[in-house]
Design a protein around this ligand. Structure first.
Ligand code: CA
Length: 230
């Protein structure tokens, strides 16, 4: 999951970026409304977390502009203004959820996951490719019946591939998911991460293939031939 956080309080933003990263949620931070628009135009995000009191534009106006462009991306408003009136107004203006500061991190995470899932519509909470399963509610991969232990980068790469089973995912898209804070991460860095993921899938019925010029693709291996047959 990839979050766009628009928040001018730097301490709060830095804490959120760090904390969500621990939960495998990638965050790009914009310190004002204008930067938020620029980031949104240049990347793919699953949910926007929007502060209301921004230095250059009120969050409600930012939200109105977003919806005016026909963008249905889920938006969670995060603000110190906790009055019922603000809450109602926010929802009327096209926010999908509302959380008042101070808040508990697990609550924010749960709401982000729920918004993301809801926005995916038909998308299932459980994605499966042969014996590899991904439980998006719990952000956990299972291989056969054991939890697959992955570093945050490996997790991000496999999640991106798992989102398009049987279709290639470009290196640049993978890089955006795996190194969201570092646009200078080169193809070699992605290759190293994928190399480690491949090793963890070794011996299973799932593999990552390189599709020349297009990127990488997760697919199930054909059922093994029985050598002793016939
Ligand atoms: Ca603010």
């Amino acid at each position: 999951m990839r979050i766009l956080l628009i928040e001018d309080e730097m301490e709060m933003a830095a804490w959120l970026v760090r904390a969500l990263k621990q939960s495998h949620i990638a965050v790009e931070h914009a310190a004002d409304a204008r930067m938020g628009k620029a980031l949104l135009a240049s990347g793919t995000f699953d949910v926007v977390v929007l502060d209301l009191q921004l230095p250059d534009q009120h969050g409600f106006e930012w939200l109105r502009d977003l919806r005016a462009k026909g963008q249905h991306l889920p938006v969670l408003i995060l603000t110190a203004q906790g009055s019922l009136q603000d809450r109602v107004q926010g929802l009327h203006r096209g926010a999908d959820d509302y959380l008042t500061k101070p808040f508990e991190l697990p609550e924010l995470e749960a709401r982000l996951v729920a918004l993301h899932r809801r926005s995916q519509g038909r998308a299932q909470a459980l994605i499966q490719c042969a014996s590899l399963r991904f439980d998006s509610n719990h952000q956990t991969f299972w291989l056969r019946d054991a939890v697959l232990t992955l570093t945050p980068r490996e997790h991000a790469a496999l999640e991106a591939l798992m989102g398009r089973i049987g279709a290639p995912v470009s290196k640049s898209r993978l890089a955006a998911k795996v190194f969201p804070q570092d646009s200078s991460a080169g193809p070699d860095a992605i290759e190293q991460v994928l190399h480690r993921v491949r090793r963890k899938l070794q011996g299973s019925d799932v593999h990552i293939v390189t599709v020349r010029g297009l990127g990488y693709m997760l697919e199930a291996l054909p059922a093994a031939q029985d050598d002793h047959a016939g």
